[in-house]
Write a protein that binds this ligand. Structure first.
Ligand code: WTA
Length: 655
């Protein structure tokens, strides 16, 4: 394969420097499929257990007996794996924190991180938090976010981190769903030179969450905050009284480690529930093999801890491996668009893991900001979160990595917990735009719309016949929805919600979501949630939201809105609708374009034909396919005409 055009072979240097070469990968992968018990019991030994598991994989995707259990009789604690077992070299840097302002950075050694986690864990225990209790974490990108997660893990509490960009209403929904009694937040966040009103958002959210008895508040900026006596408590005052050692809670491997809410194609966000043992093993193994972590590396994942990528590759994966992990509070363009590369030089980052959106946003500013840095420490580049277009891949490879650093394009989901399809840098020749081959234990299959499994080169819906130990265990307190969302569509298989193509070399090319989920800047949004926010406006009859191609964000949010008769479609109303979505869900969900739609294309039974709306939004109206199912096909012409007028609206940034 190596001499073919469009294929980037593994260099000789990488064949020996990485953990596995091509043969090593093939043998390990084969064994993970043909001898899963033997393979996984060996892998499990890389974690530190109170009681080593004798059981390994016990998984069934069969109808009526859906079950995902791994290492069920093993007992461990995730924080011990991430901290205590590295204390023999306690002065080693665990977290390098880089502030939004370039003059601010902080390094926490493993010994310091351990002490901070123990103090907070003791503090939480003093508030009555124990095994199985849920704690919601709503924090900006500061080391205390990792401290809070690990403190929960230490005492067996289940954390639910909510992305700091979510609105008070979204936060309240997530607190209510898992019934947390304790919330950890900050006075304010700082991003791109601006302050975010975290505590004020919390105060608004908590008006709807009477069960929250304690709100722990970290001082990040020292800004003014509202205060509710008896409920609010300063973080520093809580931990100051606590001992820097804390007995870890022994956890069964299947006990939940965390819940993370994510958007699905229907209804409210789902509380994806992850396990302690299998999840930690999946995060640490992929961090080692795919991101090729070695002891001397400085590892930087630019995601936010509020998303699964931050959970697995800022916190759990790197810390379980004893790595130095970089955490960045700011944004790629502040104070200028050379910031990423300055940070790489400043902290001598060797492995850099970011999103296609970040890369595309930096391409706009040209090569000069990159060239002004040395990037001599870099050896490996990764991407995650959305399909990477081949042009962005090449720019990343040629300009950022100077053709020296392989790129690992890693496909996975909140549900898979860790990377499941990706190249290994010493083993897999890469093709720009392809996530390539499955990781250990993962069996991807492609099915057609009738659920038939396709063989060889093909295109269809991406399912998994086997996932790894990091797979979600259930939807928190909603096992029926868990089965419905992932296992009903194609019996015997886990359905990913993504479309994919497999080429003649067996490489996977992810084509994007095929359900009503859109991926904006790598953030997953349910179109239904945005539609309900729009439709709640008194002047709106209904709304339909689809994704459309966007130069930087990958996908943008395109909303078709039908107004009540006699309501005038004005620019002011458009902006009001955008503001409403920002308020209800968060700025990330704000529509990039709103098109007034006198009517929406529907079937005779009233179902909106989103496939057609997607085509119109993408300016592919010539290819609308079969329109015979439409109740009234004249609706389409009006929409196609309206699309031309709506084409250049870019609202999200203005409002
Ligand atoms: C998309 C983020 C193409 C995909 C880890 C998936 C990708 C969704 C890639 C999950 C990739 C993630 N190539 N598409 N390398 N990685 N996706 O749950 O549509 O926030 O289903 O997890 O992102 O998003 P989530």
């Amino acid at each position: 394969m190596s001499s073919r055009p469009g294929v980037f072979p593994v260099s000789d240097e990488w064949k020996w420097r990485a953990w596995l070469d091509e043969r090593g990968y093939r043998e390990a992968y084969q064994r993970s499929i043909t001898d899963p018990q033997g393979f996984w019991s060996e892998q499990a030994a890389s974690l530190s257990w109170f009681t080593a598991p004798r059981k390994t994989r016990d998984v069934s995707f069969e109808p009526g007996e859906i079950r995902i259990h791994w290492f069920e009789d093993g007992v461990l604690n995730a924080s011990v794996n991430c901290l205590d077992r590295h204390l023999h070299d306690g002065s080693r840097a665990a977290i390098i924190w880089e502030g939004d302002d370039p003059s601010e950075s902080r390094t926490l050694s493993y010994a310091e991180l351990h002490a901070q986690v123990c103090r907070l864990a003791n503090g939480l225990r003093s508030l009555g938090v124990g095994k199985g209790d849920r704690v919601t974490i709503y924090l900006p990108m500061v080391p205390e976010a990792a401290v809070a997660m690990l403190a929960c893990a230490r005492i067996g509490a289940i954390h639910s981190v909510v992305f700091a960009g979510f609105s008070p209403e979204s936060l309240a929904g997530r607190i209510q769903d898992c019934e947390s009694r304790v919330l950890i937040t900050a006075d304010e966040g700082v991003r791109g030179g601006r302050r975010l009103p975290m505590k004020a958002n919390v105060d608004e959210a908590l008006r709807h969450c009477p069960q929250v008895s304690t709100c722990v508040v970290l001082r990040r900026t020292g800004g003014e905050v509202g205060w509710t006596e008896g409920r609010d408590l300063w973080y520093d005052e809580l931990v100051a009284r606590q001992a820097p050692a804390c007995e870890p809670e022994p956890m069964g491997a299947e006990d939940p480690l965390f819940i993370l809410y994510t958007s699905g194609s229907t209804g409210k966000p789902k509380g994806v529930q992850h396990s302690t043992g299998g999840y930690l093993l999946a995060a640490s193994l992929t961090h080692k093999y795919v991101l090729d972590y070695h002891a001397e590396d400085v590892f930087w994942c630019t995601a936010d801890v509020g998303w699964v990528t931050g959970h697995s590759y800022i916190v759990y994966g790197p810390l379980a491996n004893g790595a130095t992990t970089v955490m960045f509070e700011g944004v790629p363009g502040y104070p200028d668009s050379g910031r990423f590369w300055q940070i790489i030089d400043k902290h001598r980052v060797s492995i850099f893991y970011t999103s296609p959106t970040a890369i595309r946003s930096l391409i706009r500013d040209g090569e000069a900001p990159v060239r002004r840095s040395s990037r001599a420490s870099l050896r490996l580049l990764g991407t995650v979160g959305e399909p990477i277009n081949p042009e962005a891949w090449r720019w990343y490879y040629e300009v950022v990595g100077e053709r020296r650093c392989p790129i690992v394009d890693t496909w996975w989901q909140t549900e898979t917990g860790a990377i499941v399809i990706a190249p290994l840098p010493g083993a897999t020749a890469t093709k720009p735009g392809s996530a390539t081959l499955p990781f250990f234990g993962v069996e991807p299959v492609i099915v057609d719309e009738h659920g038939r499994i396709l063989e060889g080169a093909c295109e269809g819906m991406l399912c998994l016949r086997q996932g790894g130990p990091g797979m979600l265990r259930t939807i928190y307190r909603d096992p029926a929805r868990f089965v419905r969302a992932y296992f009903d569509a194609y019996p015997g298989l886990y359905f990913t919600g993504d479309g994919a193509r497999r080429d003649e070399d067996g490489y996977y090319w992810i084509t994007g979501r095929v359900d009503d989920v859109i991926n904006v800047s790598g953030h997953r949004l349910g179109t239904v949630e945005i539609e309900s926010a729009l439709a709640a406006h008194p002047e709106v009859v209904e709304a339909a939201v689809v994704g459309y191609p966007h130069d930087v964000k990958g996908q943008g949010v395109y909303a078709y809105v039908t107004l009540k008769t006699h309501v005038r479609p004005t620019a002011a109303l458009r902006e009001e609708l955008v503001r409403r979505v920002r308020r209800q869900i968060g700025p990330i969900a704000a529509p990039d374009a709103i098109q007034w739609a006198p009517a929406l294309p529907k079937t005779r039974s009233g179902k909106i034909l989103r496939r057609m709306l997607r085509k119109i939004a993408a300016n592919e109206a010539a290819d609308l396919g079969d329109t015979s199912t439409l109740a009234d096909s004249s609706v389409l012409d009006g929409l196609i005409q309206g699309r031309r007028e709506a084409a250049t609206v870019a609202l999200a940034e203005r409002v």
